[in-house]
Design a protein around this ligand. Structure first.
Ligand code: FMN
Length: 451
């Protein structure tokens, strides 16, 4: 079967991998005996160097600006410790030579000139390997950590983000030549005013690569106008093809090319020499990811009350949730409104399928959708189909074990993909832009050189 995405879209036939080192989540098994520490540099170094051995395009760090809470207290099951992304990536730049270094940084609580300067610094010192994953956290709960508080209306997030990114790009673009001089960048707008003379010259890749993560229609349009790569939430084949179609249409509508915006969905791989071995491994991984406490805590987020008296291996709680007035996120899966309706729905579903709390929670977690399970060759075959159709440009992989969680991918899956001709056999150049095959940005006000 051939899926046509859009006549103007040309699949590259290639896939790239990134590694998403998740500091805080229940997807990484920190309690296994072979796990490292989530704050030790050694954990980051080993994962980054293994990824580089597997020719991964990028090492990716998320951002959480406040410790997650659970029932109004810091979440006891959360892993405490997510070092600042740019600090960590600067350290990793020194122990790697090729892999791209992606920092998730929000546009709401940073200042454009300062963030542009810090990202340009990372880009220069890494030899053109830096990227910025643009996110737009807006909730007041996170904002309370900052001088401005939760000052940005939800509807304004992307308006603000776009002015912010445009300003950063102009700062990076403002050099007549690599040696200077740089022009002043003046922006006066609704949310901020800056008058800045850039402090650093261009990097080897001209300016940091831009990633975007955010899935609303406004978020997708913003990505279609500004981003080089989208960190998407749609790894399953049909959903990935549909997302590609949507992004190609939005890119064309924004006046960009059909191939200008790449897509790398979040994913998890559970692999074995045989299908059977992979399935057994999956049962083991899931049992450690969603232990009894995590299962009950997950429901507590939606019930808004303690449920510790309920047996994780028994049925879902028969008491009703406390309905919260606010829909403000606490950095977890909490959805606020319609809690009672949701509880009824879930109880009915669990009863019908005969699922315990633990089994039900395991079936609910987002990564279920993002998981590729199977033999090395079976999964490679499946991924080759993504490459053939152009469903995605690659995958951003969350290892379930740190620091050894990429070993089987690099040792077994990558060679299978290389044999099928869908994965690089060497780094294309030295910069992230080159690895991804992205064109050098064209400065909007670039002078046409005399011939
Ligand atoms: C795959 C994916 C990863 C994300 N990672 C982060 C992150 O690390 N830190 C963060 O603050 N927001 C992260 N976000 C949240 C988005 O930036 C955004 O705030 C959220 O998706 C809501 O925006 P939307 O309404 O456009 O979807 C992520 C979103 C997606 C889809």
């Amino acid at each position: 079967m051939t899926q046509h995405i859009h006549a103007k879209y040309q699949p590259s036939g290639q896939l790239q991998f990134g590694v998403f080192f998740q500091g805080v989540n229940s997807g990484t098994i920190w309690k296994a005996p072979e796990s490292g520490s989530q704050t030790d540099f050694e954990s980051f170094r080993r994962i980054a160097q293994t990824a580089e051995r597997g020719l991964f395009a990028a090492f990716f760090l998320g951002e959480g600006l406040r410790l997650r809470e659970h029932l109004g207290r810091p979440h006891a099951l959360d892993v405490v410790g997510r070092p600042d992304a740019q600090t960590m990536l600067a350290a990793l730049a020194a122990v790697t030579t090729n892999i791209g270094l992606v920092a998730t940084q929000n546009t709401t609580y940073n200042d454009p000139a300062e963030l542009a300067h810090r990202l340009a610094s990372l880009d220069l010192l890494s030899g053109g390997r830096a990227a910025w994953n643009v996110v737009t956290t807006d909730n007041a709960w996170t904002g309370a950590n900052f001088r401005r508080g939760g000052y940005l209306d939800h509807a304004d997030r992307y308006v603000h983000a776009e002015a912010f990114v445009e300003t950063a790009k102009r700062i990076w673009d403002s050099w007549e030549s690599p040696a200077g001089p740089a022009r002043r960048v003046v922006h006066g707008g609704q949310h901020y005013t800056v008058d800045v003379t850039p402090r650093l010259p261009r990097s080897a890749q001209y300016r940091p690569v831009l990633f975007q993560a955010g899935d609303s229609p406004d978020g997708r349009d913003f990505a279609a106008r500004q981003a080089d790569v989208i960190f998407s939430a749609h790894p399953k084949f049909d959903a990935a093809v549909e997302f590609r179609r949507d992004i190609v249409a939005r890119s064309l509508a924004a006046g960009r090319g059909a191939n200008d915006v790449q897509i790398m969905p979040a994913s998890e791989f559970i692999l074995g020499a045989t299908e059977q071995e992979a399935l057994e491994k999956k049962a083991w991984v899931r049992s450690l990811q969603i232990g009894p406490q995590q299962a009950v805590a997950y429901l507590e987020q939606f019930w808004g009350r303690e449920l510790s008296e309920y047996d994780p291996d028994g049925p879902l709680p028969d008491i009703d949730p406390v309905v919260e007035e606010t829909s403000e996120t606490r950095g977890s899966g909490f959805h606020g409104a319609k809690a009672r309706q949701l509880a009824d729905q879930w109880r009915a579903e669990a009863k019908e399928k005969g699922l315990s709390i633990r089994q039900f929670v395991t079936s609910r977690t987002a990564r279920v959708d993002a998981t590729f399970t199977g033999s090395y060759s079976g999964v490679a075959e499946h991924l080759a189909e993504y490459a053939r159709v152009g469903a995605v440009d690659g995958f951003n992989i969350s290892p379930w074990l740190i620091p050894t969680g990429l070993d089987d991918i690099v040792n077994h899956l990558v060679p299978e993909l290389q044999e099928r001709g869908v994965y690089p056999t060497e780094y294309r150049g030295t910069t992230l832009r080159e690895h991804l095959g992205l064109a050098t940005p064209v400065r909007s006000d670039e002078l046409v050189p005399a011939s």
